[in-house]
Ligand binder design. Structure first.
Ligand code: 13P
Length: 252
């Protein structure tokens, strides 16, 4: 079964409103009628509604970069899944390595966030990946297996139809050190096997696994040649409309 490629642009903590609108407009002009691939933008929270309105009526979708697992309450600075939906988000990143390492999100917190997203009808992009010292210590497979298992093992497979995974080796994020296509494929194949172990072969075959970490216009096509790489989660290069479009068009 062919998996529809999915390419995300994670803008992280960049741009002001004017720049964000200009970038979304540029992306819409270049990619707004994309067929054969899904394109999702992840702007900072304050710009979500404006960007969602800007791409409405095109094929481009919008997601939040994070969410809180509670439905409401005294959690200064946090946002809920329902809030994200109400400003036009279809997706949300869950467990991005920067949330795990900078903000201290544990596997348990990531699991609760995933459930909160699913409860609200948001499509989660679950991010997993090993640190440099874990790769050097030959622990890559154990780490991604643990992250996957703790997040999805207890969720009935019927609720996971919209789940997208993103394998983002932390040593490749923002460093210019992209995993080689073969390095990425090795882990993607392992993740797919793990998905099969947890929830069966048809779930594993249907679930899309993005690669993230220093993806650029110049290396996307090589990564896309690999059978288990179904998309990209792009940071820095998604801040340039032309380069982001080049990445999408490497596969669309
Ligand atoms: P870079 O593409 O800047 O390495 O970031 C990857 C990433 O973290 C996307 O979520």
């Amino acid at each position: 079964m062919a998996r529809v490629p999915v390419i995300g642009g994670n803008w992280k903590m960049h741009l002001d409103l004017t720049e964000a609108v200009a970038l979304a407009t540029d992306v819409r002009n270049r990619l707004g009628s994309t067929r054969g691939a899904e394109v999702i933008l992840f702007p900072p929270f304050p710009f979500l509604k404006t960007i969602a309105d800007r791409v409405e009526g095109s094929s481009i979708q919008v997601g939040g970069q994070d969410l809180h697992f509670e439905k409401s309450g005294a959690f200064t600075g946090a946002v809920t899944a329902t809030m994200l939906k109400s400003v036009g988000c279809s997706h949300v990143l869950v467990g991005h390595s920067e949330r795990r390492s900078v903000f201290g999100d544990t596997d348990a917190v990531v699991g609760r966030k995933l459930l909160a997203a699913l409860d609200a009808g948001l499509k989660p992009v679950l991010c997993i990946g090993e640190l440099l010292e874990e790769r050097k210590g030959n622990q890559t497979f154990q780490v991604v297996a643990r992250q996957l298992q703790s997040a999805i093992a207890s969720i009935p497979v019927g609720r996971l139809a919209d789940l997208v995974l993103a394998y983002e080796p932390v040593w490749a994020i923002g460093t210019g050190l992209t995993a080689s296509p073969e390095q990425a494929q090795e882990v993607h194949a392992y993740i797919r096997q793990k998905l099969a172990d947890l929830h069966g072969a048809s779930f594993a075959t249907a679930t899309r696994i993005q690669y993230g970490g220093s993806v650029k216009g110049s290396n996307a096509a090589g990564l896309f040649t690999q059978p288990d790489i179904d998309g990209m989660l792009v940071g820095g290069a998604s801040l340039k409309g032309e380069e982001f479009a080049q990445i999408v068009k490497a596969r669309a």
